[in-house]
Design a protein around this ligand. Sequence first.
Ligand code: AKB
Length: 318
Amino acid sequence: MKKILITGATGQIGSELTLALRNKYGTENIIIAGHKKSPSNELVGGSFYCNFDVRNAKVLNKIIETHQVDSIFHLASLLSAVAEHKPQLAWDINMNGLLNILEAARQFNCSVFFPSSIGAFGSDTPAENTPQDTIQHPNTIYGISKVSGELLCNYYHQRYGVNTRGLRYPGLVSYKTLAGGGTTDYAVDIFYAALSEQHYLCFLKEDTRLDMMYMPDAVNAAINLMEADDARLLHRNGFNVTAMSFSPQMLAAEIKKHIPDFTIDYDVDPVRQAIADSWPRHMDDRAAREEWGWRPEFGLEMMVKDMLAKLVVKLHLF
Ligand code: AKB
């Protein structure tokens, strides 16, 4: 990877992946793209920033050609809950955006990273130890776009030799940028509420256990997969990766160890609850461990401690 384009750079993953890639590959070699949200000064940090919609293939191709991009981290997409409210728009952005990226990659010989999700599974997938290769019948538009995205990336590799690689991310917890429109967003919101009000009203049921990961591990996973030796990869797209599995009740109990007055109540949102109920509780990520050395650093305890420490500084609560 010499010249890297990151789409969706202002989002939850993008805002941290950009900084990590910049540290590793140099400011001048990172081109960041956002659309709806303005980038912070920290995010731009001397890199070239462009504002464009990934559905605009002409602009995308021009950026890739002008900057001689050879690798694309394609993060721009609508998340599960917001997609359920705007299914046609979600399909348009998630699928046509990806198709434009893959076409550009084919034309300009770029590698592509595509983040899939636990959303690529459905209710008839085994929820415990969810295998790498298993039934994928999601019943959300987000999940359908993710499983289609995995297949499309595989197709571009087989048919055109495009170096596509991707992960199935679980819910991601981070302090720099809020998630937005996802089903697992509660696991970020809860920290802000715990610190500011010592109380959180959760939109998922207390025992809804899902795979989760702290952002530093998510960022490392993306970079390590893209740098992995091609000869070792039996899979390419949709690698299961997980770091922990917890429910709102379990997360609240861990936060309470640090904020003893913290309490949680539940006001369940039926749309997000139905989505969560169709997702795995714990994926088997052995393929990622064996094929490119996946190994997460953060478990629940370490993550909660780090999140609280970082947010205390961010929110000036000391
Ligand atoms: C969401 O909740 O939509 C995402 C995801 C798990 O893909 N965080």
